[in-house]
Ligand binder design. Sequence first.
Ligand SMILES: *Cc1c(COP(=O)(O)O)cnc(C)c1O
Ligand SMILES: [Zn+2]
Length: 433
Amino acid sequence: MTESSCTKYELRCNECGKSYGNQPLSACADCLAPLEVQYDLDTVRGRFTRDTVAAGPSNIWRYKQLLPIPEGFEPDLPVGFTPLVRAKGLGKRIGAANLYVKNDAVCFPTLSFKDRVVSVALANAQAFGFTTVGCSSTGNLANSVAAQSARLGIKACILVPADLEAAKILNTQVYGARLVRIDGNYDHVNRLCTLIADEYNWGFVNVNLRPYYAEGSKTVGYEIAEQLGWKLPDNIVCPMAGGSLIRKIRKAFKELVALGLVEDKPVRFFGAQATGCSPISHAVREGWDHIEPQRPNTIARSLAIGNPADGPAAAKMIRETGGWAEDVSDVEIVAGMQELAETEGIFTETAGGVTTAVTARLYAHGRIKADETTVVCITGNGLKTTDALVGRFEAEPAIKPRLAAFDEYLRSLDAPAPTFEPEQEFELAGGAR
Ligand SMILES: *Cc1c(COP(=O)(O)O)cnc(C)c1O
Ligand SMILES: [Zn+2]
């Protein structure tokens, strides 16, 4: 427990409730369930109001009273507080009258929501005295750990599956981090990191520091509520990899209700996965309380976790709220990326294509009604996964720098030539599963 002038928090087992104080540990020794940070909300009451939040900085640290940050920690990196934009164009396309996009494709500093979790994890890594930090990553986490540890001057060792997108590899190496490519999938990488963390006493943000790391995701939920004018939406649509983010948005809403910052109302949570790695959406559809691990095979690499640590809890939570989960094919993912770009001017990565395509399907199937308020969580930037779009746009031959050449060019477009190959047209909203 921390000093009385600060928020009190500690790790507790999600299953049996056993307390573990504060230490770098992710699972209960008795039942192996994930540990989660729990707060003594009485130590927060009165110090966390709409006014104290409004007086805070324009980044996630405006919510620091509800984050597990050690005493004396002075946050200085302006992470988060990304735009919540009304999505009229996309809404019109898919039949949604009250649609919003939470745009973490422009999160500072590395253009994904992972910047939020890493900043909270690294604050704790320093307090626990780790001199080397690391992570097992599907890409975005690698970028963020590399960037933020460079700024803090701590050593980083980052392990990734060997088949990661080139841009995500380069976006890690440029910060000077040690990057180790592993001949295996994410689940192999993660298991290895657990062994390394023990053997070398390193702070792995999503392994031994995972409970602290995961709390950073709550800031997406705080921001959504604040940006809606301190109101909760009817629905959240959220991509799922390990299944942590979607649960933490709900935890954030519950805390805001408990502290009286928003009025309570039912919010339904909808999870989005790629069909090529869909253990959580599968469990939701089957009504299972367990996860059947899968071997990932999808272009949505940032979501490609076949054995998600928070999968069982996420599936249970989604059903509890009356929500649902869907998964979409790689073809639909690319269509979703293009649809969001064309309608909203937002270029998201494959994970955002997943979320956009799943959202369209949820409206098409009537799982979400047209006039409900829905927030779609876009979590990463399209410039990192341009591989997914290779071949989708023809490189046109260059023309001479003359007006006549341009006239001729425009006339050639009017010619009744086929502009799309038949296989490039496909239905986004699905229905055909
Ligand atoms: C990591 C990641 C997610 C999912 O996060 P979990 O908390 O593991 O479910 C979603 N989108 C992107 C772009 C990510 O990098
Ligand atoms: Zn336990």
